[in-house]
Design a protein around this ligand. Structure first.
Ligand code: HDD
Length: 652
């Protein structure tokens, strides 16, 4: 051990004192250095997206995008680019629970040979507002209320809903935020969207409009709201733990990279403005072409150094990728560098290892807090003769970034385009696209959120607003609130987009956590069932009433992963009562609690051997999504059920 200046340390537990029982001496430079460093260990948390978790990985291209963009990392099929991804919630503080009803951030830094390209995305494809100048208002309304700093990591309060009702461009985003998308099962099971329309520009200078997507190979899945709230108590780190453990176990999260492309000539071919960030391009109208795959395969070594200090910026682009005039995007291009300056303490954050480009970088910028580069030489200006005019800007042909030469001929105005003013059609399309259970979840979410609002006037305004999306939906929420919807606004939009329903997503049993409830004296045939579940890709974990191991009827011992005390039903995807230990009432009681909770959360439940008796006693045999009394076909039947994720038509 040394001090930060390299001096070897001889003692690290006792401060320097005048006598064993005397006062500490000012001279103790080792104590002062250690304490001063500690006192400065915290930096300001992000104003939004404070609670996040990151991982390293790589992006591999399937298909060349050469016809559309000259970006080097999108040219050669099979080429690989290192990436760093940070997932986050938006509203909560750095230590808040991860299962908040909220959008999730999904930021990717591609370390390309032409510099860093950042895709700073969310798991919801639209945004609350259309102009960045409103972002501080949105975030003030969403964050805990200033007079009492409540509630934490939640939008279920008056100021948020007051903002929504008085800024109706938010309607479409709110439909997503009230849907299951806002409570993902895992960061590995959610989509990502660049939200804005960007530009691809090819070698010939021709541009196309593009939207970016991440498609998780495990499908898009969510938990239910009651479960989310309980997970926040039982394991507020649920999402980061899931990501961390999956990567440690080699179950690498994978996402395909998708692009939707619209030719410049078709800019006005749609019944919405393609630059409006509150609109999606329905996948059925503009297909998502999957052009590559990202695999997250390495956890960080140090969360602060990497995940906390990573600095994303939508303005970090490479040649071949450019912006559009989306007014939300334009404002973001200012905000991100500005926030890093206060958060990371000065202009040299690009030198932190996690932010450093993998290609060489040199310019005439110098000095500032925390400068690490030791620039040599006399010259730090352009143009010069003393250093042969280096560093020198290079031409477009040599890889110099040039901005797309869009022709602009306009008056300076503070205004919103008329083409941005339809706030409800796509919100209704989203509603129309939902399955029955998804619709019920949305109604419940609105009822919960507005039920937490104190001001009746806020509730009434929101009901009136969402009657424009769907009158029946608003009326059902009103009924739950003991109110009636004022006004009879009805929306005639009948369009739907099947891609929006999570019932149409990929269904797989892979990496699903199955709690196998086992007591001592279990039937040893169970071991082959466990192997069968593993072979199908699931993650069976032994849960019992004590740590150590459980012993089978013939003496085989099975290591216990968790106990009823340390884990909970809500932390699993499925429950399998493998063998009920009738001799210990605590086992039976706890097993029943696990099963009961899983049942109300629509999860697959199974039993074999003496476990069947427990499900019989609970009266669950024969219920939808409950599989008992068939040990011969158990693995196949149960794995199919686990892949289905939830049994929404179960009456709970
Ligand atoms: Fe933002 C962080 C995503 C609009 C200003 N934003 C931040 C992060 C994500 C997004 C994922 C976390 C980055 C990380 O992990 O470090 N933001 C979005 C998306 C938006 C969006 C998808 C709309 C399409 N953001 C938006 C606007 C503004 C900001 C309109 C301001 C004009 N966002 C910020 C910020 C943050 C940020 C204040 C906080 C921490 C940071 O930048 O690095 O600058």
């Amino acid at each position: 051990m040394t001090t930060n200046h390299g001096l070897k340390v001889s003692e690290d537990e006792f401060s320097l004192k005048a006598g064993e029982r005397g006062p500490t001496l000012m001279e103790d430079f080792h104590f002062r250095e250690k304490m001063t460093h500690f006192d400065h260990e915290r930096i300001p948390e992000r104003i939004v997206h404070a609670r996040g978790y990151g991982a390293h990985g790589e992006f591999e291209l399937y298909e060349s995008m050469k016809p559309y963009t000259k970006a080097k990392f999108l040219q050669t099929p099979g080429s690989k680019t290192p990436v760093f991804v940070r997932f986050s919630t938006v509203a909560g503080s750095r230590g808040s629970g991860e299962l908040a009803r909220d959008a999730r951030g999904f930021s990717t830094k591609f370390y390309t040979e032409e510099g860093n390209y950042d895709l700073v995305a969310n798991n919801i494809p639209v945004f609350f507002i259309q102009d960045a100048i409103k972002f501080p208002d949105l975030v003030h309304a969403m964050k805990p209320e200033p007079h009492n700093e409540m509630p934490q990591a939640a939008t279920a309060h008056d100021t948020f809903w007051d903002f929504i009702a008085n800024n109706q461009e938010s309607a479409h985003m709110i439909m997503w935020a009230m849907s299951d998308r806002a409570i993902p099962r895992s960061y590995r099971m959610m989509e990502g969207f660049g939200v804005h329309t960007f530009r691809f520009v090819n070698e010939e200078g021709k541009a196309h409009f593009v939207k970016f997507h991440w498609k998780p190979l495990l499908g898009t899945h969510s938990v239910v709201w009651d479960e989310a709230q309980k997970i926040n108590g039982k394991d507020p780190d649920f999402h980061r733990r899931d990501l961390y453990q999956s990567i440690e176990m080699g179950d690498y999260p994978e996402y395909e990279f998708g692009v939707q492309i619209i030719a410049e000539e078709d800019e006005f071919a749609f019944d919405f403005d393609i630059l409006d960030p509150t609109k999606i391009w329905p996948e059925e109208d503009v297909p998502v072409k999957r052009i590559g795959k990202m695999t997250l395969n390495r956890n960080v070594d140090n969360v602060f150094a990497e995940t906390e200090q990573v600095a994303f910026h939508p303005g970090n682009v490479v040649p071949g990728i450019d912006f559009t005039n989306d007014p939300l995007l334009q404002g973001r291009l200012f905000s991100y560098t500005d926030t890093q300056l206060i958060r990371l303490g000065g202009p040299n954050f690009h030198e932190l290892p996690i932010n450093r480009p993998v290609c060489p970088f040199h310019n005439n910028q110098r000095d500032g807090y925390g400068r690490q580069t030791i620039n040599v030489g006399q010259v730090s200006y352009h143009k010069n003769s003393l250093a042969n005019n280096t560093p020198t800007p290079v031409s477009e042909a040599e890889g110099g970034y040039t901005h797309y030469q869009e022709k602009i001929d306009a008056h300076k105005v503070r205004a919103r385009s008329e083409s941005f003013k339809d706030h409800f059609s796509q919100a209704t399309m989203f509603w129309n696209s939902m399955s029955q259970p998804e619709k019920e979840h949305i109604i419940d979410a609105f009822s919960f959120e507005l039920g937490k609002c104190v001001e009746k006037s806020v509730r009434a305004q929101v009901l009136e607003m969402f009657a424009h999306v769907d009158l029946e939906m608003a009326s059902k929420v009103a009924e739950n609130l003991g109110m009636v919807v004022q006004g009879t606004a009805a929306n005639t939009v009948t369009k739907s987009s099947p891609a929006l329903s999570q019932l149409n997503t990929v269904m797989k049993p892979d990496t699903r956590k199955i709690a196998i409830l086992v007591g001592d004296g279990f039937d040893e045939e169970l071991l082959s069932i466990i192997d069968g579940l593993k072979a199908k890709g699931a993650l069976p974990l032994i849960v019992s009433d004590h740590h150590g191991s459980v012993t089978g009827a013939n003496g085989t011992s099975l290591p216990v992963d968790h106990t009823f005390l340390t884990e909970d039903s809500v932390l699993f995807d499925a429950i399998y009562v493998a063998s009920g230990d009738g001799k210990t009432p605590t086992f039976k009681k706890n097993a029943m609690l696990f099963v009961q909770e899983a049942f109300t959360h629509y999860k697959p439940i199974g039993s074999t051997f003496s476990g069947d008796e427990i499900l019989e006693e609970m009266g669950l045999v024969g219920q939808i999504g409950v599989f008992a009394n068939d040990k011969t076909h158990f693995v196949d039947t149960f794995i199919d059920a686990v892949a289905k994720h939830r049994f929404w038509d179960r009456a709970v």
